[in-house]
Design a protein around this ligand. Structure first.
Ligand code: ASP
Ligand code: MG
Length: 257
């Protein structure tokens, strides 16, 4: 059976009770996929709050220390989700970006993924565990904790899926999928049930925050299908992003290097 990567954004994990709901969703998906990897963002506005906190101490914080601080947000989510799964009798292991082998350039706060060495993720999957990975963060070749830029958890999910040869990434959002405009601002905005990579890139580069455009670029390079779904109604069809037919397998290509 194939590997599935699931991604839960900040809005999906905004409240503590959400972890139990997400755990149920993961259990349901794990009936269809033997190997399930979950990437999480920080809860709600936690990243903004941590950045504000840093500025209360230093008007222009050293970027290395800022990365040490903001990377904490995703660690909170990953460990709470592992606890929620444990309560439902499913063994899960949470891993930081560094532990999951997300290797990045060394430019703090805007690092790019240059390699993925997911040994510990693979080990967890082999042991029948759900692997939960902190999004938005990695480690440089010098061993420093880095972050990928705002919204970077989407790119973590895609990079891991590429490295693991996953079938697709499912992104659970607080909207039904991708619209031509923000549906919260314009309820009449056109909904897309399918998009090719080029069109999805255009839409996200124009400012639709539903996915980080870098993750679409990375998915396109590797021909990896993406599926955007509403968190509260996961049975809905959502938006599919991909090519009409899959090209033959190739070796992974990351962001840089
Ligand atoms: N928590 C980070 C942010 O708010 C990363 C993410 O959500 O993808 O930008
Ligand atoms: Mg966030």
């Amino acid at each position: 059976m194939k590997t599935l990567v699931l991604k839960f954004g900040g809005a999906s994990v905004a409240k503590p009770e959400r972890f139990s709901q997400i755990a149920d969703l993961i259990l349901e998906r794990s009936h269809h996929y033997k190997k399930v990897v979950v990437v999480v963002s920080a809860m709600g506005n936690m990243t903004d709050e941590l950045l504000t906190l840093a500025r209360e101490v230093h008007p222009s914080p050293p970027k290395r220390e800022q990365d040490m601080l903001v990377s904490v947000g995703e660690r909170i989510s990953m460990s709470l989700l592992a606890m929620a799964l444990d309560l439902k009798g499913k063994v899960a292991v949470s891993l930081t970006g560094s532990q999951a082998g997300i290797i990045t350039t060394s430019n703090h706060a805007e690092a790019k993924i240059i390699d993925v060495r997911p040994h510990r993720v693979l080990k967890a999957l082999e042991e029948g565990k759900i692997a939960i990975v902190a999004g938005f963060q990695g480690v440089s070749r010098e061993g420093e904790v880095t972050t990928l830029g705002r919204g970077g958890s989407d790119t973590t999910a895609v990079a891991l899926a590429v490295a693991l040869g996953a079938e697709k990434v499912e992104f659970y959002k607080d909207v039904p999928g991708i619209f031509a405009e923000d549906p919260k601002k314009n309820p009449a905005a056109e909904f897309y049930s399918t998009l090719d990579y080029t069109r999805a890139l255009e839409i996200t580069q124009k400012g639709a925050k539903v996915l980080q455009s870098r993750c679409i670029d990375l998915a396109a390079k590797n021909n990896l299908p993406l599926h955007v779904l509403p968190f509260s109604r996961p049975k809905e069809s959502g938006t599919w992003i991909g090519r009409l037919c899959r090209a033959s397998a190739q070796s992974p290509v990351y962001e840089e290097g």
